[in-house]
Design a protein around this ligand. Structure first.
Ligand code: HEC
Length: 308
């Protein structure tokens, strides 16, 4: 490698973000292992004092796929002896290699073949108009995944943590047609992969938004890793005011607007697992408001089935 020897310090990675550890963990964890792994253990990254370095090829673990190694080797070659990687170069490298390295199902049909249809009662769905995109959104997650998150909690104020492999689907509708489908899937290293399909079911490298498209995955982390609150989740159990791009609303039955659950769980504000929707809250609100309800979770958390 030009300018890079076994004894060298590696390539210094200059990331301005206060969240550098987390961002690099997410980006390089996806290279370390197909299931998601620790990039330090994989011999890819090293932190000295407060600075991160990309290590040279001799240090890389055998668990890395050939595809991942190929992209990283090409990056080192492209640096042509330069010993530093600035943020834009890092992001552009991550964007151009991400789909290849992460090997997601290449079409929406193959994702459906893998997961089965989500338009089923065994999946929990939320319809809303929110801040992520100014389109109608329907999000889906298997009920069993919400239940396994509830199983790990001993009180409503505990973190909501989903099991590895959990998938969230977000469908974006424009005049009734699904124009984009976004996916988040939890990896073994605890980070979530982000990806998307277009109206014809092909992989899509960005989600359309004004004034700037959201490039995958580098623009997906902003809100999901951050602590800013968004509508309509922020105003739940109340109603959100319209925003600059129109209506922001949760399409739920009135009985699901449950102030006790909202206050006890604070799911959106806490976003313990970088998941921003109100899945656990609304799942319990649904159970609490069903006639003759007998969900084991109502009993477990001492929730009154009158809905309050
Ligand atoms: C402007 C902030 C913002 C950005 C940027 C953003 N999201 Fe989201 N995302 C949200 C909010 C708020 C929710 C919860 C409400 C909803 O579903 O609209 C959400 C929910 C989701 C969900 C459902 C799981 C969950 O967390 O509730 C998926 C899947 C998703 N986003 C994918 C993506 C992808 C892929 C990108 C990058 C292209 C992205 N998001 C970028 C704000 C954002």
């Amino acid at each position: 490698m030009p300018g890079l020897t076994a004894e060298s310090d590696g390539i210094r990675i200059d990331v301005e973000s206060a969240d550098a550890d987390r961002l690099l963990g997410f980006y390089f964890g996806g290279f370390a292992r197909l299931s998601g792994g620790d990039p330090v253990e994989a011999g890819l990254l090293e932190k000295r004092k407060k600075t991160w370095f990309l290590r040279n090829e001799d240090a890389w673990s055998d668990d890395m796929t050939e595809v991942a190694k190929g992209h990283l080797s090409a990056l080192l070659v492209s640096l042509d002896g330069k010993m530093q990687l600035v943020e834009e170069e890092l992001e552009s490298f991550v964007r151009t290699s991400y789909y290849d390295v992460r090997a997601f199902p290449t079409t929406l049909d193959s994702l459906k073949a893998h997961l089965g249809s989500w338009n089923e009662p065994s999946w929990f769905r939320i319809s809303l108009r929110g801040s992520m995109v100014p389109l109608e959104r329907t999000t889906w997650v298997r009920r069993s995944r919400i239940e396994s998150a509830l199983d790990r909690m001993s009180a409503l104020g505990d973190s909501v943590i989903y099991e590895v492999g959990t998938v969230f689907i977000g469908e974006h509708r424009d005049q009734g047609e699904i124009v984009e489908t976004t996916v988040m899937q939890k990896r073994a290293d605890g980070f979530w992969d982000f990806w998307a399909y277009d109206a014809s079911g092909q992989l899509l490298d960005r989600i359309r938004k004004e004034p700037r498209d959201m490039l995958i995955p580098t623009r997906c982390t902003g809100c999901h890793f951050g602590d800013r609150q968004f509508e309509p989740e922020r105003s739940y159990p109340g109603f959100a005011q319209p925003g600059p791009r129109g209506e922001r609303s949760l399409e739920i039955p009135e009985q699901w607007r449950n102030p006790v659950l909202a206050t006890s769980i604070q799911e959106h504000a806490r976003r313990s697992d970088t998941i921003l929707g109100l899945y656990v809250t609304l799942y319990l609100a649904e159970a609490a408001s069903s006639q003759g309800a007998s969900s084991p979770y109502l009993e477990k958390f001492g929730i009154d089935s009158t809905g309050q």
